[in-house]
Design a protein around this ligand. Structure first.
Ligand code: URA
Length: 210
């Protein structure tokens, strides 16, 4: 049975007021996400960093600025996509979110996806990729490809922060963004060699199916 549709503003408020894990104590504010709630493209990062925690918007720090530039280079307006994170509150010292934090926050992400029904979900970096596709991730092998899981289409890209640390990755980020643009435009059917049946279906999907 499908769930009754969420109230978008109520969902946002629940995220802003959430006290379900210890990150609520250390955050400045929760960062639910930004962009239209009927976007065709949804970007999912790891967790808010320092700037995001201060400004209340995902991907506004240095990595976010690179993401915005990469989008603009291929003619995708940042304002046309929905951007969020696996975990909605900043982990102290920018450490990776723990598996418990990711699991606690997961229903919010599920509900956002369920509401938005994006055509393509872009997994930005290793943490969202391993969390959502439930696989041990080798980004070198997984980036720039499409994965179909339970009726949803995912695209994996390196985290733009990787391009800040290692400039030689920037052309790869640019190529992947170009591929994403082609996929979003339906210009070509992307390679599917790493798909169907290779990974277990996660709770994430079965929850969505209820
Ligand atoms: N990195 C992320 O993964 N998310 C943000 O919102 C900012 C930086």
């Amino acid at each position: 049975m499908s769930q009754p549709p969420d109230d978008w503003e109520k969902l946002r408020q629940e995220i802003l007021e959430c006290q379900q894990c210890p990150l609520a104590k250390s955050r400045t504010q929760a960062v639910p996400g930004v962009g239209p709630n009927d976007a065709q493209l949804m970007f999912i990062g790891e967790a808010p960093g320092r700037q995001e925690d201060i400004q209340g918007e995902p991907f506004v720090g240095a990595a976010g600025q690179l993401l915005t530039k990469l989008l603009e280079q291929v003619g995708i307006k940042r304002q046309s996509v929905f951007i969020s994170n696996v975990v909605k509150c900043r982990p102290p010292e920018n450490r990776q979110p723990t598996h418990i934090e990711r699991a606690t926050c997961r229903p919010f992400l599920n509900r956002q996806i369920q509401y938005i029904q994006p055509r393509v979900i872009v997994l930005v970096g290793r943490v969202p990729t391993e969390t959502i596709l439930e696989t041990t991730v080798r980004m070198g092998a997984m980036h720039g490809r499409v994965y179909h899981r339970n009726g949803r289409t995912f695209f994996v890209m390196y985290h733009p922060a990787a391009g800040l640390y290692n400039q030689t990755l920037v052309p790869t980020l640019e190529e992947d963004m170009q591929k994403l643009k082609s996929i979003a435009n339906n210009d070509r059917v992307p390679s599917e060699e790493r798909e169907q049946g290779q990974l277990p279906l996660s709770e994430f999907f079965s929850e969505e199916k209820k």
